[in-house]
Write a protein that binds this ligand. Structure first.
Ligand code: TXA
Ligand code: MG
Length: 328
């Protein structure tokens, strides 16, 4: 989007105070987390939360994650605490792990889209934790993009998508993890993976043993981040699963490569996610690289999958959902 933009401020102590006051008063503030930028509103203020849905163009059947400063504040949002949830929070919070807890009536149905669970997360980014501490309220915040589009990992990417709609954008630099949090539900005392994300499944399994994976897509509104088509660039995207790109790849196509590609000259533009081969490096660069390719007006983006382990799993999940769009 071009034209008017929301005030954008470096996350100084004064800007953090202003942002915390805005949130307490029912304003909408974009802020950095270690995963991606979030678009926050006071979770118990339905008018403020409704504005988040409007600003994103997000359907109301898609529930939001509530961000808290610590585990005690998470407990206050739940009627019951599964012991496994507590164990996971104590081990991995603050950090890129979202847990579904049985919802307390203090959480409006608008936040959870009428579901009996509330998604809760305690971010580790210093700006996010300082903001949550100063505001001292739970903050509902989806990723700060227009619905279905690429998640922003810089303040500029937020401003470009959301224009003047937020009351304030806090700039905390690029997000270090770069991909959204891992979402787990606890079902019958066992953890179920609903969205692979910034905390690697291997790390979780090292703590609690094997984790069941929920259905990969969910056409119904239980977790629209799992809608088959999501996280999409505007340019049609083809995932090169096993197959080399067709000859038509020549010309106005771009390549999102995992490591340095063999024949970069075949493409009008190439972005390499992990010159070192480390999927964490790839995750940190993923959305910004895709955004740069998307801005070039290419006919098609070809994307190489990452190795399917660690954060590579989360990257491949996002790529598959982005690729659905090409088949429209
Ligand atoms: O890293 C993140 O999680 C970022 C930062 C800002 O914290 N947030 C984020 O939020 O990715 P969002 O709204 O873009 O994605 C949250 C996902 C959605 O797919 C939503 O459907 C799912 O979480 N979700 C939220 N509450 C849920 C619930 N009660 N049950 C199942 N899924 C839920
Ligand atoms: Mg999102």
């Amino acid at each position: 989007m071009s034209g008017a933009r929301a005030p954008l401020r470096r996350a100084s102590p004064a800007a953090l105070d202003r942002a915390a006051a805005l949130l307490r008063e029912g304003g909408v503030v974009a802020f950095p987390t270690e995963t991606v930028y979030g678009l926050g509103a006071r979770a118990t203020d339905e008018r403020a939360v409704a504005r988040v849905f409007e600003i994103k163009g997000r359907p109301r059947f898609d529930p939001l994650i509530v961000h808290v400063a610590d585990w005690d504040r998470a407990r206050a949002l739940a009627v019951e605490i599964p012991p496994l949830a507590e164990r996971l929070a104590r081990r991995f919070w603050p950090g890129p792990l979202t847990l579904l807890l049985p919802k307390s009536p203090v959480v409006p149905d608008l936040v959870t889209a009428g579901l009996p669970t509330v998604a809760v997360r305690c971010p580790s980014h210093p700006v996010a934790s300082e903001l949550l501490r100063r505001a001292a309220i739970p903050v509902a915040a989806p990723s700060a993009n227009r619905f279905g589009r690429l998640s922003p990992t810089t303040a500029d990417a937020v401003a470009e998508q959301l224009g003047a709609r937020p009351d304030l954008i806090l700039d905390g630099g690029p997000c270090p993890v770069g991909i959204e949090s891992t979402i787990l539900s606890i079902e019958g005392g066992a953890a179920v993976l609903l969205r692979p994300g910034g905390l690697a499944l291997e790390e979780i399994e090292a703590e609690i043993g094997p984790v069941r994976t929920g259905p990969a897509t969910d056409a119904r509104p239980r977790a629209p981040g799992r809608l088959p088509r999501h996280y999409a660039p505007r340019t049609p995207l083809t995932l090169l699963e096993g197959a080399p790109p067709p000859d038509a790849a020549a010309g106005r196509s771009g390549l999102l490569a995992f490591r340095a590609p063999a024949q970069p000259q075949r493409y009008a533009a190439v972005e390499t996610l992990a010159p070192s081969g480390d999927p964490r490096e790839a995750a940190a660069r993923f959305f910004a690289a895709l955004r740069r390719l998307d801005a070039l007006g290419l006919e098609r983006i070809f994307a190489e999958p990452a190795p399917d382990s660690g954060l590579g799993r989360a990257i491949n999940d996002r790529l598959r959902r982005a690729a659905e769009r090409a088949e429209e």
